[in-house]
Design a binder for this molecule. Sequence first.
Ligand SMILES: NC(=O)c1ccc[n+]([C@@H]2O[C@H](COP(=O)([O-])OP(=O)(O)OC[C@H]3O[C@@H](n4cnc5c(N)ncnc54)[C@H](O)[C@@H]3O)[C@@H](O)[C@H]2O)c1
Length: 439
Amino acid sequence: MGNGVQGGNLQENNKTVIWRPHEEKYRTSEWYTGSGQITTADEGLSFEVTAVYQLKSEVKVIKDIFAISNDTLGNIYRPRGRCIAVVDQTVAQLYGEKIEGYFQAQEISLELMVVRAWESDKTPETVHRILGFLGKDGCDVSRNEPVLVIGGGVLSDVAGLACALQHRRTPYIMIGTTIIAAIDAGPSPRTCTNGTQFKNSIGVYHPPVLTLVDRQFFATLDMGHIRNGMAEIIKMAVTDDKELFELLEEYGQELIKTRFATMDASEDLAKIADLIIYKALYAYMKHEGTNMFETYQDRPHAYGHTWSPRFEPAVKLMHGHAVTIGMAFGATLSKELGWLSEQECQRIINLSSKLGLSVYHPVLEDTTIMIEGQKNMRRKRGDGGLWAPLPTTIGVCDYAQEVEPDLLNQAVIAHKEYCSQLPNQGAGEQMYLRDLGLE
Ligand SMILES: NC(=O)c1ccc[n+]([C@@H]2O[C@H](COP(=O)([O-])OP(=O)(O)OC[C@H]3O[C@@H](n4cnc5c(N)ncnc54)[C@H](O)[C@@H]3O)[C@@H](O)[C@H]2O)c1
């Protein structure tokens, strides 16, 4: 290549060359491609490059991923002769034998790293350890060899980040084994580790090339994590899908009780569970998957995530509870702004509360933390405004750009008053992180 003929020089005038690399001949990745243009300046000593990068990210809800008869993973890894996998420690304890048995039966060699992935392990050190496994001193993964990541949201964030850093971009396939990982963190392009004061602040955009969702994994989740995962489904329901909201109102409690229809559940409930998972994934990826680099801030899935990244680590809440507190407060704020009716605001708060999720925490009254949270978020979201998604009706949201301290305080007071008459004054069940010894 180099003279613009053999490669992909599609168009040329005096100043601009549109260049598309030779697709068939030189392409090495199944998932990533790109093209660009180069424009020279009149003085002949400078030029500007504009490039477009394209990626493919597939999502599938499937059954029994590790049943010997299921060829989904076999077909991907057999031609490569091996599978490099990073697996959450608890998942390895519960499913390790099954996973190893599967690859053995498929005659694919498995190179496996087991990682403890508690929230407190979401650190650059954990990312480094995974890089050690992937790199030259470990299994020396190729830049086109998809790493298999199996675990919860913490693992998907740190292992996804390690994959992004290895060879600058190594693909990975995600099997989310918690609800949060299955429908939100897993398919998400946002890989990360925690910073010192702000969750998830260090990372890169690198979605899995394939996300496989099998709700059978939820059978071993404890109730706390089932409930926790419901928060992210409620988020998509409130901001994007009214029908999903109504399904949660009708079946939410039963789904929690049956661990998402994996225990003592009818066929009908199992179908509802798949529908709810699919709808949540679709709503999420419709916005997040088509805006992979968060270039645009009309992001409904940021609902409940404006103040919580600051207060979640401060009071050691489980992520889902921090998000529902943020969402419930956001609903009240929207009502105070005159955007949302009182009746719909209460419906949103009541759904979370009925499912045992937290809708209130005294940390909301800590003005310093709340204002600091807004400041951090404004900086993170690009200085243009706060871009806080708030529901305007169930299934639709708009974005608040400014929340002055007076309005913030007024909304906190109104929210506290409403929540004080809810069970436990709006506190949820098992709301604190257990890996830090809190309950
Ligand atoms: N990147 C994103 O867009 C995004 C989105 C949402 C959440 N997150 C992140 O995800 C994290 C929360 O995810 P999470 O709730 O999955 O937490 P987690 O990864 O800590 O998993 C929860 C616990 O469940 C265990 N576990 C995993 N699968 C299991 C199974 N099938 N059976 C029994 N136990 C199992 C894990 O070992 C862990 O102890 C937070 O750090 C949050 O910031 C990221």
